[in-house]
Design a protein around this ligand. Structure first.
Ligand SMILES: NC(=O)c1ccc[n+]([C@@H]2O[C@H](COP(=O)([O-])OP(=O)(O)OC[C@H]3O[C@@H](n4cnc5c(N)ncnc54)[C@H](OP(=O)(O)O)[C@@H]3O)[C@@H](O)[C@H]2O)c1
Length: 265
């Protein structure tokens, strides 16, 4: 059992996804605070068996790690309150755009910080999380950060700049995949099967493709070539992608996400 004491500030979707992972990774000293929604704290308490507080500021001195799972716009207020009571604890945030430069500029000199960017699959322990470390993070801190991240999926340490640039792909990307899945499910249903069955067929197809991408040394083009024999059925379908500039469309979608994320920061 991990003995580190963790204070989670925020009790919403991402906080609960992480708490779920933490419990499975044997972090059992978890205290959760929020912005005053008492019903939400009760739900979290009964769902996970963690302790909760409506006055998280009073408990900071007793904690080892503080995780911020609050909206980006709440960080100014939360970090100001945290800065008054913190004393060297490790501070992590999962908020979009709240990088380590921002955290270090608003917390006392020497505070170890890290910016984590998970995606929604964290709820099922399958996040692809990007993270970057502040300048006061030690090897021991990094060990705990990785242990936390492992509990919600896979992770990759990158520079702050890389996290800014890649998050719009790993964070928004699942929605692009779901969009494709939605079209395919509706097409399957036209053959007279139920939505449940159609979803099952497409989900397994996406999962199988993901496994091939993950486990096979072949690149996506090789895998495409395996499916699309020259002159065959799939080749005709891929030709439509080319005719409609599919690659350019995806690149443009990512560019828009990056532009928007940069504008919001
Ligand atoms: N959802 C995702 O898939 C996802 C993915 C990656 C990153 N994130 C990041 O995760 C963070 C949380 O997102 P979410 O989807 O979990 O949001 P959410 O479900 O709306 O939950 C937000 C939580 O923050 C709390 N909060 C808001 N202002 C606060 C304040 N001033 N002091 C203390 N607590 C405060 C709320 O308290 P109450 O319970 O009192 O309302 C609530 O528990 C965001 O920064 C987001 O960028 C989310």
């Amino acid at each position: 059992m991990a003995t580190e004491k963790i204070l989670m500030i925020g009790a919403g979707r991402m906080a609960q996804a992480i708490i779920n992972g933490l419990m499975q990774a044997d972090f059992n000293h978890i205290l959760v605070g929020n912005n005053g929604n008492a019903q939400r704290l009760e739900e979290v308490e009964s769902r996970f068996g963690v302790r909760t507080t409506n006055q998280w500021q009073n408990h900071v001195s007793d904690q080892d790690i503080i995780i911020l799972a609050v909206p980006p716009e709440a960080h100014e207020e939360v970090l100001t309150a945290l800065g008054e009571v913190i004393d060297g604890q490790l501070v992590l945030t999962v908020a979009a755009g709240i990088d380590v430069t921002y955290l270090e500029s608003r917390l006392p000199e020497g505070t170890p910080v890290s910016w984590l960017m998970p995606n929604t699959a964290a709820a099922k322990g399958e996040s692809m999380t990007l993270f970057t470390l502040g300048k006061y993070v030690t090897d021991e801190h990094e060990y705990y950060i990785e242990k936390i991240l492992f509990s919600i999926g896979q992770f990759k340490k990158l520079t702050e700049e890389q996290v800014h640039r890649i998050t719009p792909i790993t964070g928004s990307g699942p929605a692009f995949v779901y969009r494709l899945a939605d079209v395919l499910i509706k097409e399957v249903q036209k053959a007279g099967v139920t939505e449940v069955v159609a979803k099952q067929l497409i989900a397994q197809m996406v999962k199988g493709s993901s496994v091939m991408l993950t486990s096979d040394l072949k690149c996506p083009q090789d895998l495409m070539d395996e499916v699309a024999t020259p002159g065959g059925v799939t080749e005709k379908g891929l030709q439509v992608f080319d005719d409609h500039h599919f690659d350019d469309m995806i690149k443009e979608a990512i560019r828009k996400c990056v532009d928007h994320a940069t504008r919001d920061e």
